[in-house]
Design a binder for this molecule. Structure first.
Ligand SMILES: Nc1nc2c(ncn2[C@@H]2O[C@H](COP(=O)(O)OP(=O)(O)OP(=O)(O)O)[C@@H](O)[C@H]2O)c(=O)[nH]1
Ligand SMILES: [Mg+2]
Ligand SMILES: [Zn+2]
Length: 300
């Protein structure tokens, strides 16, 4: 038996199997249980809930349809939904740990395919950036991506980033140790997220954050922290869609002889020509081909 308004609206701020936490329309956080086995919810889902009598938990009765979802393929090739209803995907990298640019390319591709605005954030601006990192950032800017330098210190250097979060539901993604949770702490300002030093031995992050959690900024913006990853295989419908994550390749594709050119073995391909004469980054072209291979194999 239930009482209360069955149509109360909420947003999932953390999901663990059939339980989690939701934020109510008036800004309170409640633990919830999903009603029945068929409902599935992820961070960012909009839900309807009710409050059963004598229960401290809300009962989620409906998960509303999603505007979009960040999805990945797991090791067995199954689709795993990570978060929903994002307006901005913030791909974070830093001078340390050593950047994995193929991982960045995959996240940027996923953002485009899910119709979500990508933002590339290079954190730890207080540390020196080597030439290859600086060159990569310059390239991403040339391709039209928004690229921003930040530093997760409390001296206000995140102000530019904070401005880009206003009115958005953003999610921070990237390798472990780049400073996603540190940025959350400075932006949210309540030490909400645990932060962990890099490993002395490997120079890599220690996978400190273990769950995807939505935080609220003072101005109401929503910001999701996520566990650092080594791998990310975006869900891509057909291998031809891979190029949508490479705007500089899309821009050249018009000049290929074949309209359905995959820019691999076809003759008279403008993309391969540009790669040979310096008009296209060989690194990005290699990323494009690697992502096509992963996509057609269905797993990393
Ligand atoms: N120098 C410097 N160090 C930073 C900065 N931001 C974060 N760090 C350090 O980087 C390390 C990792 O920070 P976290 O915030 O835990 O990184 P994360 O991306 O959340 O890592 P996971 O939760 O493992 O994915 C910590 O030692 C932080 O103090 C920064 O702007 N400059
Ligand atoms: Mg973290
Ligand atoms: Zn081509």
């Amino acid at each position: 038996m239930t009482d209360g308004n069955p149509d109360s609206a909420g947003v999932v701020v953390a999901a663990f199997g059939n339980r989690g936490k939701l934020e109510t329309a008036d800004g309170k956080t409640l633990p919830y249980l999903l009603k029945g086995r068929r409902l599935k919810a992820v961070c960012g889902d909009r839900v309807h809930w009710t409050q059963p009598q004598q229960s401290h938990e809300a009962l989620v009765t409906e998960v509303l349809s999603r505007d979009n979802a960040l999805q990945r393929s797991d090791r067995k090739g199954r689709v795993e939904t990570v978060a929903a209803n994002l307006t901005q995907l913030i791909v974070v990298l830093a001078p340390t740990p050593e950047p994995d640019l193929f991982l960045i390319d995959r996240f940027l591709c996923a953002a485009t395919l899910m119709d979500c605005n990508p933002l590339l954030v290079c954190n730890k601006a207080d540390l020196e950036r080597d030439e290859s990192l600086q060159a990569a950032l310059d390239e991403y800017r040339q391709f039209g991506y928004r690229v921003m330098l930040t530093c997760a210190n409390p001296d206000g250097e995140v102000a530019d980033l904070a401005r880009l979060l206003a009115g958005q539901t953003s999610m921070l993604v990237g390798q472990s140790g780049v400073g996603k949770s540190s940025l959350i702490n400075v932006l949210v300002g309540d030490g909400a997220a645990a932060v962990g030093a890099l490993s002395d031995a490997s120079g890599k992050g220690k996978h400190t954050t273990s769950a995807t959690i939505m935080h609220r900024l003072a101005d109401g913006a929503r910001l999701i922290d996520s566990p650092g990853v080594r791998e990310f295989v975006p869900i891509i419908g057909t291998s031809s869609e891979v190029q949508l994550g490479f705007p500089e390749i899309v821009a050249l594709a018009d000049q290929c002889r074949f309209t359905n050119c995959q820019h691999q073995r076809e003759p008279d391909c403008a993309v391969k020509r540009a790669c040979a004469d310096g008009g296209l980054s060989p690194r990005r072209y290699a990323s494009y081909k690697r992502l096509k291979t992963i996509t057609s194999a269905g797993s990393a």
